[in-house]
Design a protein around this ligand. Structure first.
Ligand SMILES: Cc1ncc(COP(=O)(O)O)c(C=O)c1O
Length: 410
């Protein structure tokens, strides 16, 4: 018999997130904008604040105690993240500013080897961060950008994806989870297809680890990009996982201190991985805080909170579907707890603004996925995106607030 995962104690978890007990507009905060950014547990706040209060120093260059200590803490964070993602080597974890910078790093550095006529395959489900760097690169280097279709339920159309792969495809880049619709993409299968065609694979994982246990070796991808602020860690820090052999062959992304071996007036030689891709003083406290966030997630267990989030998704989908004139966009069978919707005759921004008066924070707009919105024929949606610290009662508060929206417009 398969054992059911233990039910997460949401009250205990919520108590670890100080911001969740505040009010907004005189109402208890119902925070449902987690796809934009997540709230931080006390463990992360304490780690960052402890670093500045007791451990602050620049890394790598110091012979003094504090600098060596900070370097150790920074390296430990890298090791924690490597383990959490099941990377083979710690050096495969490059600290960046976030998913956007991770993708731009690949576009600049890996992109330098692409030749006119080469193709990059993305999907219509992508965030602008996984579109614009490829458009810029395509323009600069005479490449062709191909777009795999999406199905009416908001899934990548695998037939379309496969049909666009050829020996010309040098890179396939797609998200693990759609921020706009919540679709979980079959990234392992997509990677297999792309690799069979000889392409290098980048997975935009901004919305992956906030909900799913990620195993980069099981997926088989070459790159996996993520943002600290979306995984309950600090902002201004992120990760590019890159396969060791591939990173080894890539030129630096930025030049400066810390990434060099030797600089002379004639020439510079570069350090090995990961320093070669981390020019300048990095976000030291951010990296350490991100390590603490992964430790925290590991202590909760992805399986436990995934089960809880699925219960939130089910309730939200059922209750919102009952509201007259409300349409849910994104109905894939495999979804994280994101519900994107429109209401007949009501602008998504009006929905968001009225919900805010009830303390309910959601996002309204195109969610940085304008090609996807255009494909479906609307300019934006209202989006409630949940995390493991949300409750079934908050789903009900969302529904009650939406009923108030109805009253405004009837
Ligand atoms: C799927 C996806 N990709 C990329 C990004 C960009 O992340 P960041 O702004 O943290 O770099 C986001 C942010 O919402 C996202 O949801």
């Amino acid at each position: 018999m398969v054992e059911a995962p233990p039910i997460m104690d949401v009250d205990t978890v919520r108590a670890q997130f100080p911001i969740l007990s505040r009010s907004v507009n005189g109402k208890p905060l119902v925070y449902l904008d987690n796809a934009a950014t997540t709230q931080k547990p006390q463990a992360v706040i304490d780690t960052v604040s402890h670093f500045y209060a007791h451990e602050n120093a620049n890394i790598h260059r110091g012979v003094h105690y504090l600098s060596m200590n900070a370097t150790d803490a920074y390296d430990r964070a890298r090791a924690t993240i490597a383990r959490a993602l099941n990377a083979e080597f710690e050096q495969e974890i490059i600290f960046t500013r976030g998913t956007t910078e991770s993708i731009n790093l690949v576009a600049h550095s890996f992109g330098a080897r692409l030749q006119p006529g080469d193709e990059i395959l993305i999907t219509k489900l992508e965030h602008h961060a996984n579109i614009v760097p490829w458009q810029i690169l395509a323009e600069e280097r005479g490449l062709t950008l191909r777009w795999a279709d999406v199905t009416p339920s908001g899934e990548v159309d695998l037939d379309s994806f496969q049909s666009l792969l050829s020996e010309k495809t040098k890179l396939a880049a797609f998200n693990h989870v759609s921020n706009a619709l919540g679709t979980i993409n079959p990234v392992k299968e997509m990677t297999r297809l792309a690799k069979a065609a000889g392409a290098t694979v980048l997975v935009d994982g901004a919305q992956g680890p906030p909900h799913l246990l990620v195993d980069v070796r099981d997926i088989g991808c070459d790159f996996y990009a993520l943002s600290g602020h979306k995984v309950f860690g600090p902002d201004g820090i992120g990760v590019l996982y890159g396969r060791h052999e591939l990173l080894e062959t890539m030129p630096p992304y930025q030049g400066g201190g810390d990434m060099i071996e030797r600089v002379t007036m004639e020439k510079t030689t570069f350090r090995g991985l990961p320093e070669r891709f981390e020019a300048g003083t990095p976000n030291i406290s951010g990296a350490i805080g991100l390590g603490a966030a992964f430790d925290y997630l590991q202590s909760l267990g992805w399986e436990e909170f995934h089960a809880h989030e699925q219960a939130l998704l089910k309730r939200a989908t059922e209750r919102l579907s009952e509201i007259k004139g409300l349409t849910i966009h994104g109905t894939a069978p495999e979804k994280v707890a994101v519900v994107s919707f429109t209401m007949d005759g009501i602008h998504p921004h009006d929905i968001g603004t009225i919900l805010d008066t009830r303390g309910v924070a959601i996002r309204a707009g195109h969610h940085c996925t304008q090609p996807l919105m255009t494909h479906f024929g609307f300019t934006g949606t209202a989006r409630a995106s949940f995390a493991f610290y949300n409750t079934l009662a908050e789903v009900d508060q969302l529904v009650e607030a939406i009923q108030v929206v109805h009253q405004y417009f009837s």
